[in-house]
Structure formats: C-alpha cells, structure tokens
Design a protein. Structure first.
Length: 173
C-alpha cells in the first residue's frame, strides 16, 4: 500500500512477546479501571509501561522515510506527540457516516490483537485524503498482531459493527 492511498501498511514492526504482555496488561486494566476517554467506536485506557515499550520498539524499528510522505512538507517530527491505547466496542455502524481525524496529525495504529472489520477496525476510503471526487472505495484492512498502519489524519474512514479488537496508536503532529 502506498501513501497515495493515505495510509501505509507496516508489517511486523513490533514483537509478539511485547504485544502479549501489553494485551495482558490491557485486560487487567480494563477489569479494574474506567476508560479515560469514551468515544463512539472505542474506549481509551491509561497506557501502562508495556505500552510505552511497544512504542519504543516501533520507533526503533521503523524506517522513518517510509512515513515521510504522510507528513505535511514531508518533515517527520522527532518524537511522537501522544500515545493512546484502546479497545473497539460493538456498534450499529452506518457505513454512509464518514469520518476524519485531525488533519494536522499522522496516526500509527499498532494491532495489539489481530484487527479487521470483524472486531472493530475502520474501513479507509483510499485516496480520500487528497480530497478529490469521487470518493475512493472503502478498503477493509486485516492486520495481524504486531502489524501497524500509518495513516493521514485527513483520510476518510467509516466505522464497522464489530468490536473487541485492541490497539495502540502513536500520534505525530
């Protein structure tokens, strides 16, 4: 997948050992705490130290030049702006209800568990970040635990009905 689609797939960027630890920490955290943020499609929780270890491994392993085309003027920030951890929940998704994130941000979503439309991962509309009509077709990505997708904040996406998928998102500004 190329940046002309508004997203870039990054397979196997984080070890499964770190992800299993993070998934276990997420399960423990979700049982004991309330979400820090509740959104329409997912809830966010406080990021444990294992989440920061996943972020650090991603930053160490990724070739930043792969991400450059997603950034305005192709300048990559030295450090991520924030890190978020969450789990998708079941919804009555309306695929005609289109969404975007913050156009000034680039998101790197790392699959803590396998992610796809069956468990809540968004459908992207390819090339929609370019704001050309007609809107590109909806693409359902299937990520394995340890895979990541970097995506432009102005990429159009839609929710799906599934839930249960766990993710960690690194935000660059």
């Amino acid at each position: 997948m190329t940046d002309s689609q508004g997203f870039i797939l990054l397979p196997n960027v984080v070890s499964r050992v770190l992800l299993r630890t993070l998934a276990a920490d997420m399960d423990a955290s979700m049982c004991k705490t309330t979400p820090t943020v509740c959104r329409e499609k997912f809830n966010e929780y406080e990021v444990p130290s294992s989440g920061y270890a996943v972020k650090d491994e991603f930053v160490k392993n990724v070739d930043k030049s792969q991400l450059a085309s997603l950034f305005h003027l192709n300048s990559i920030p030295e450090h991520p702006w924030s890190i978020n951890m969450g789990v998708f929940h079941e919804t009555e998704a309306d695929p005609s209800k289109l969404k975007t994130a913050n156009k000034k941000e680039v998101y790197v979503t790392i699959a803590v568990t396998d992610l796809g439309s069956h468990n809540g991962w968004f459908n992207f509309h390819e090339g929609s970040h370019l704001r050309k009509l007609p809107l590109g077709k909806a693409i359902s990505l299937n990520l394995r635990a340890g895979d990541a997708v970097a995506w432009s904040g102005n990429l159009v996406y839609s929710h799906v009905s599934g839930g249960g998928g766990k993710f960690l998102t690194i935000v660059y500004r």
